[in-house]
Design a protein around this ligand. Structure first.
Ligand SMILES: O=S(=O)(c1cccs1)N(Cc1ccc(F)cc1)Cc1ncn[nH]1
Ligand SMILES: [Mn+2]
Ligand SMILES: [Mn+2]
Ligand SMILES: [Mn+2]
Length: 367
C-alpha cells in the first residue's frame, strides 16, 4: 500500500495521516538533576494520563505547524508580496487543522516582520511590500486545537551573510529550551540566553557586530485560548525570581539584533486582541458595539489582524476599532522595531512542562 504523503501546496488535513487520532510526541527531554524522580513517579504518571487530551490536541496543532512551515520555507521566494506569503501560510493552516470555529484554527496573525522590525508586522489591505533577496524575514505563526496554542517561529533569509546572526539566535533559543524546567527561575533562563547570544559575532557590509539580545522582548507562558499568560521569559538576566511550574505551556523565543537591542512601537498596527477582562463600561458607539460582537464571535481572546476582519465581511471599521482600543475592550500590538538599518532574527518553540518530562511540542527536523 503506497504511503500517504502531503501534497504541495498542502491540502490533506493531518488527521488523515493519523487515523488512530493519536498524534506524535514532540521532542521529549528528561528534567535535570533534582527533578529526575518525576520520570518514574506514579502520581505524576497518573496526572499525565488525566491530561492526555490536552497534550494530544497540542501535538495535532504542532504537526500542522511543522507541515505548513515545511512547505512555506521551500516556497517563499523574493518577489512575492508579504500578503501572498501570509495567505500561503494561512490557507495551509486552515486546511491542515480543519479550521472549525473555536475547536481548531489559526491562533494569531501570521507575522512576517522584516529586517529592523522584530515582531508583530503582518500586511494590512493595500500593503504592496515585496520580499527582497537581502531581507531577514521572521515567519511567526500559530495553530490551535481546542485553544491549545502552538506559537513557533523561524527566520527566513536568502543571503548567507546573515548566517551567524541566525546561528546565534537558534543557539540562544535552544539554550532557553534546555534551561527551562519545573521550579527554574525565569531570570536564570534569561541569563543563559544572553550569554550564548552575545558569544556570536556577525559581519555585514564590512562591519562586525556582536549579536545583542533584544532586551525588551520576551517569551511567555501560554494559557487556553490566551496567547500570553502571566509569566514572561526574559532573554537577558533581569533577576526575575518567578519560577516555572508543572503543567505550564511556554513559548521560548529569543531575538538577536545588530542594532540597539531594544525595540519600540512603529508603523501601522495590524495585530489586535480582545482584552482578557472586558471593561465594565458599556460600548456606546453602535458601530463599535457591532464590531465588538464580530470580534467576540469570530476570535474570542485569540489575536486577529485587519485582514481577518476583512475576510469575515467587516469594512470601514477603523474608527470603531480605535474606539475599542481607547476604551480597553481591545488591545493593539503595533510592530516592534529596532533602529533603521539594523537586522533582527528570531526562533521560537512552544513547550510543555509535563509532570514527568519536558516536551518541546513544536520541534521539527528543520529547527
Ligand atoms: O510580545 S507579546 O505581545 C507578549 C506579551 C507578553 C509576553 S510576550 N506576544 C504575544 C502575542 C501578541 C499578539 C499576537 F498577535 C501574537 C502573540 C509574543 C509573541 N508575538 C508573536 N509570537 N509571540
Ligand atoms: Mn510567536
Ligand atoms: Mn497584554
Ligand atoms: Mn510567542
Amino acid at each position: 500500500k503506497k504511503k500517504k504523503v502531503q501534497t504541495e501546496p498542502p491540502t490533506i488535513p493531518v488527521s488523515v495521516f493519523f487515523p488512530s487520532k493519536t498524534y506524535p510526541e514532540g521532542e521529549v527531554c528528561e528534567y535535570k538533576d533534582d527533578n529526575l524522580w518525576r520520570t518514574t513517579d506514579e502520581e505524576k504518571r497518573a496526572l499525565e494520563r488525566q491530561n492526555y487530551d490536552i497534550y494530544n490536541d497540542a501535538r495535532r496543532a504542532s504537526e500542522v505547524h511543522r507541515q505548513v512551515r515545511s512547505y512555506a520555507r521551500k516556497n517563499i521566494k523574493p518577489g512575492m508580496t508579504m500578503t501572498e506569503i501570509c495567505e500561503m501560510i494561512e490557507n495551509g493552516t486552515r486546511t491542515l487543522v480543519e479550521a472549525n470555529g473555536f475547536d481548531s484554527g489559526i491562533a494569531f496573525p501570521t507575522g512576517c516582520s522584516l529586517n529592523h522590525c522584530a515582531a508583530h508586522y503582518t500586511p494590512n489591505a493595500g500593503d504592496k511590500i515585496v520580499l527582497q533577496y537581502g531581507d531577514v524575514c521572521k515567519i511567526d505563526f500559530g495553530v490551535h486545537v481546542n485553544g491549545r496554542i502552538i506559537d513557533s517561529a523561524f527566520t527566513l533569509t536568502f543571503d548567507p551573510v546573515y548566517d551567524n546572526l541566525l546561528a546565534a539566535v537558534k543557539d540562544a533559543t535552544n539554550t532557553g529550551i534546555r534551561e527551562a524546567g519545573i521550579d527554574v527561575r525565569l531570570g536564570e533562563i534569561g541569563a543563559a540566553i544572553q550569554e550564548v547570544m552575545e558569544s556570536y559575532e556577525v559581519e555585514i557590509g564590512g562591519k562586525t557586530f556582536q549579536v545583542k539580545p533584544i532586551r525588551n522582548l520576551t517569551g511567555h507562558s501560554i494559557e487556553q485560548y490566551k496567547i500570553h499568560g502571566t509569566k514572561a521569559v526574559p532573554i537577558v538576566n533581569n533577576g526575575d525570581p518567578t519560577k516555572m511550574e508543572e503543567g505550564e505551556f511556554f513559548a521560548i523565543e529569543t531575538f538577536g539584533s545588530t542594532g540597539r537591542g531594544i525595540v519600540r512601537y512603529d508603523m501601522e498596527t495590524s495585530h489586535y486582541a480582545r482584552a482578557y477582562d472586558i471593561p465594565k463600561i458599556p460600548i456606546r458607539l453602535p458601530r463599535a458595539k457591532a464590531l465588538f460582537d464580530t470580534i467576540n464571535r469570530e476570535f474570542g481572546t485569540l489575536p486577529f489582524c485587519r485582514r481577518y476582519l476583512d475576510r469575515v465581511g467587516e469594512d470601514k471599521y477603523l474608527l470603531a476599532l480605535k474606539s475599542l482600543c481607547d476604551s480597553g475592550h481591545v488591545e493593539g500590538y503595533p510592530p516592534l522595531v529596532d533602529v533603521k538599518g539594523s537586522y533582527t532574527a528570531q526562533y521560537e518553540h512552544t513547550l510543555i512542562l509535563r509532570p514527568t518530562r519536558k516536551e518541546v511540542l513544536s520541534r521539527g527536523d528543520d529547527y
